[in-house]
Design a protein around this ligand. Structure first.
Ligand code: ADP
Ligand code: MG
Length: 560
């Protein structure tokens, strides 16, 4: 980013939503670290002294020369946009040129900075209207140190309106974590009252970064999908492509009791996007236990002309054009993350030994994974092999990476449930099924899920069509009765799948098991049943090797 700060022309100022963005310690931290990120920093040290109402952010970014430093806090002064047209091409986190200026009204502001190639650093203290009031040479490494002190000293009401120090610090931590997730390559060091509080180590993937914030979640519990996307069909700018990064907690391994980790970021900033959050929640429907929510972080890198950041001044809410297009892409990405396919199997490989095994397996079966390929099930089928049944309940499954135990009933339930969702078919039955003593609520429930039901005499009702899957069953009437007891169509589909799925305790031969495995592997959400129970237990080859101490020297001497 070239750093020549200019005052924005008045017409641009009018277009930018006016509004106070500095309302808490966390918002000061957010504005300052966004400036550091815009300056290309890879190392950011944040220090907060909440009792002193002081925040300092030091970075190794591009810095400012003296000229820019003197203009930095003037009203609507920014190096990031110059004209109205630029508002549609925003690639930086800041652009209003207001944060530093507001800070000079609300606090004492001091900046030390030295440009990347410069041999001198400067210290500037800002006074009235953001004008430089003190300027002197400062010994500083290339980069910038911004110190904000006595925040809200001149407006006691602001301070009183804020929650306890502990809560404010929680907000500071959350703000840093959120922005860190959007910029995983940055090293963060955070201090509180002069003591180191927490650090965030840089990572090449978000999957590696996230466990630093959710200590109970391990990297292996997460799946990351990166997609390059073309722009939406109506986009005018055809040149730049978009990218989507999605990290999900695998539903059989982790979930939350609140939807607090359904997060959406766009172009480097966490945003509120109810439309996209809803898409994510719906995609996880019937994969998690009741009242549990997924862990999901979505980062879209989109051509800036699709975004209007001016929904609110803190830039946390946006208007997104072509929202349907993005929702579709998100669904595809989640689908890809949750499926069990050769790509995911490969991802989980840790040891060279396992890699070798897989290479050998690949050479034999010659599969060639392509997520767009609708035959992908055929590519992956061969990688799961039924080898035995245990307790008439579990299928023992071998694959290039280890051994799985798959519970037959719920695996089948998942298969049937997805079939029912894709094709909820009601077919006529002759003679009608006669039910006895239904309440009006039960009758309307059956009508709601599409059944054709009418009175058939005193306390009797005739049901003239039933879900196709139930038709041949002896307990069809019981099943209908169960459906009458409530729930929406999806609940009915779950109930039908559960009733129709092969019972535990039923012997299966290898062929039957293989067929079930192949069907199960093709499902969209193979990890959990519609009630959210895990379907398989995996004994990864890497874990087995560790358990059997295969890395011991003694093993080598035995030629293992
Ligand atoms: P904005 O970020 O919207 O441009 P700010 O008031 O936050 O407005 O910052 C004003 C200008 O000061 C920025 O445009 C940038 O040129 C400069 N600046 C602020 N912080 C830094 C920093 N940490 N490193 C380099 N330049 C900075
Ligand atoms: Mg800024």
């Amino acid at each position: 980013m070239s750093s020549t700060i200019q005052a924005l022309p008045t017409e641009v100022v009018y277009l930018i939503t006016a509004g106070e963005v500095i309302d808490s310690l966390a918002s000061v931290v957010r504005e300052l670290v966004e400036n550091s990120l815009d300056a290309g920093a890879t190392r950011i040290v944040v220090s907060v002294w909440p009792q002193q109402w002081r925040v300092r952010v030091a970075d190794n970014g591009c810095g400012m020369d003296l000229d820019d430093l003197q203009k930095a806090a003037a009203t609507h002064s920014t190096s990031k946009i110059y004209s109205c047209a630029d508002l549609w091409k925003i690639t930086s986190l800041g652009f209003r040129g207001e944060a530093l200026h507001s800070l000079t009204n609300l606090a004492d502001l001091e900046i030390l900075s030295r440009p990347a190639g410069g041999d001198l650093g400067w210290r500037v203290v800002y006074g009235e209207a953001g004008k430089a009031s003190q300027v002197e040479i400062a010994a500083i490494a290339p980069g910038t140190v911004v110190t904000v002190s006595n925040l809200f000293a001149n407006c006691a009401a602001r301070r009183q309106g804020l929650p306890t120090v502990a809560q404010q610090m929680k907000a500071v931590q959350a703000a840093i974590q959120q922005i860190a997730l959007c910029h995983p390559h940055v090293t963060w060091q955070v201090w509180q009252n002069g003591r180191e509080w927490f650090t965030i180590c840089p990572s090449t993937t978000i999957k590696q970064l996230l466990p630093q914030f959710l200590p109970q979640v391990k990297e292996a519990d997460l799946q990351e999908v990166k997609l390059k996307l073309s722009n939406p069909p109506n986009s005018e700018l055809k040149t730049e492509n978009s990218a989507l990064t999605l990290v999900v907690g695998l539903p059989d391994r982790c979930h939350r009791h609140r939807p607090d980790w359904v997060r959406v970021a766009i172009n480097g900033r966490m945003v509120k996007s109810p439309e996209l959050e809803q898409t994510i929640l719906v995609a996880f429907h019937k994969t998690l236990p009741r009242d549990r929510y997924p862990i999901c972080f979505l980062h879209l890198a989109i051509c800036p002309d699709h975004i209007n950041w001016n929904r609110n001044p803190a830039k946390t809410e946006i208007y997104l054009n072509e929202v349907n297009y993005w929702q579709e892409q998100i669904n595809q990405a989640i689908d890809q993350a949750l499926r069990i396919n050769s790509a995911n199997l490969k991802e989980a490989v840790h040891t060279t030994r396992v890699s070798k095994l897989i290479k050998a397996a690949e050479a034999k079966s010659g599969y060639n994974f392509n997520p767009k390929n609708t035959d992908e099930g055929d590519n992956t089928q061969h990688s799961l092999k039924a080898v035995a049944q245990v307790s008439n309940t579990y299928m023992v499954v071998e694959h290039p990476e280890g051994v799985w135990l798959v519970e037959q009933h719920i695996a089948h339930e998942r298969v049937l449930y997805e079939q029912l969702c894709d094709n909820w078919q009601l077919i006529p039955v002759e003679p009608a099924i006669i039910l006895y003593q239904l309440s009006p609520a039960q009758v309307s429930q059956l009508q709601r899920i599409g059944l054709d039901i009418e009175p058939f005499g005193e306390q009797l009702w005739a049901v003239r069509n039933v879900p196709a899957m139930l038709q041949q069953r002896d307990d069809c009437a019981d099943a209908i009765l169960e459906l009458s007891l409530g729930g929406d169509l999806q609940a009915a589909q779950v109930a039908v799948a559960c009733r129709s799925a092969i019972r535990n305790g039923t012997p299966m031969n290898l062929q039957q098991m293989q067929k079930l495995l192949d069907d199960w592997q093709r499902t969209r959400n193979p990890r959990t049943c519609p009630h959210g129970r895990p379907i398989y237990l995996s004994l990864e080859e890497s874990a087995l090797a560790r358990f059997f101490r295969r890395n011991w020297v003694i093993g080598k001497s035995h030629g293992i």
